[in-house]
Design a protein around this ligand. Structure first.
Ligand code: GLN
Length: 205
């Protein structure tokens, strides 16, 4: 298991579907020991897990086929640090609005997420985001993104949309070891959100 330094912790990136390569590149740029996770025995070897952006229904089905659904659900429930972006946020939510028929999530975060919340005319956009715990603004890249419609008590809101029709909508949350964003920090060259997660992993070790 991990030592006292995040450099010693192994951070897995769930590599069934989506932009897992970009997440691995961001983590490696920070010096974190990073591996792809596709099978249950690989999951057992990691101290933390990133759940990438992509398509949550495809990820759910592939996780089920790979016999990964229950193992990931259990590790997250048992307190493994996890960070989900976009589809990954959906996978970490306890409740989804506009889910596909039968769609299941790993859960862990007591939040309600609305899939494809920003509507067709804004399938993809960038928005400056103020993020609690990170100085200055970062660029939020949103692609058919969910927003967080509701959080249970105890969930920290880290970022909200600050302009346009979606003003005030929650787009980043944390509870304990779990972090999720509606947007894709892995698709920018700014590593501060990944750095934030790496320090959560270090604190959990
Ligand atoms: N709309 C996608 C879903 O429901 C998420 C999009 C993304 O991850 N960029 O999973």
């Amino acid at each position: 298991m991990a030592g006292n330094h995040a450099q010693d912790a192994t951070i897995g990136v769930l590599a069934l579907q989506g932009d897992f390569r970009e997440h691995a590149a961001a983590l490696k740029a920070l010096g974190a020991h990073t591996v792809f996770v596709r099978r249950p025995h690989e999951l057992e070897q990691v101290d933390a897990l990133v759940i990438p952006g992509g398509e949550s229904t495809a990820m759910w089905k592939l996780a089920t086929t790979a016999e990964m659904f229950e193992p990931v659900r259990k590790r997250v429930a048992d307190g493994m640090p996890a960070f989900g972006t976009c589809a990954g946020m959906i996978m970490m939510a306890d409740r989804i609005v506009d889910a596909a028929a039968g769609q299941q999530t790993f859960g862990g975060l007591p939040i309600t997420v609305r899939r494809n919340a920003f509507g067709r005319q804004t399938e993809s956009f960038e928005e400056p985001i103020a993020f609690e715990g990170i100085d200055g603004e970062l660029t939020g890249v949103f692609i058919r993104a969910p927003w967080v419609e509701e959080v249970d008590p105890g969930v920290e809101v880290l970022a909200r949309v600050a302009g346009g029709p979606a003003t005030g909508r929650i787009v980043a949350v944390r509870q304990g070891n779990l972090l999720a964003t509606s947007f894709h920090p892995e698709l920018t060259s700014d590593r501060r959100v990944h750095e934030f997660f790496v320090s959560m992993v270090r604190d959990a070790a």
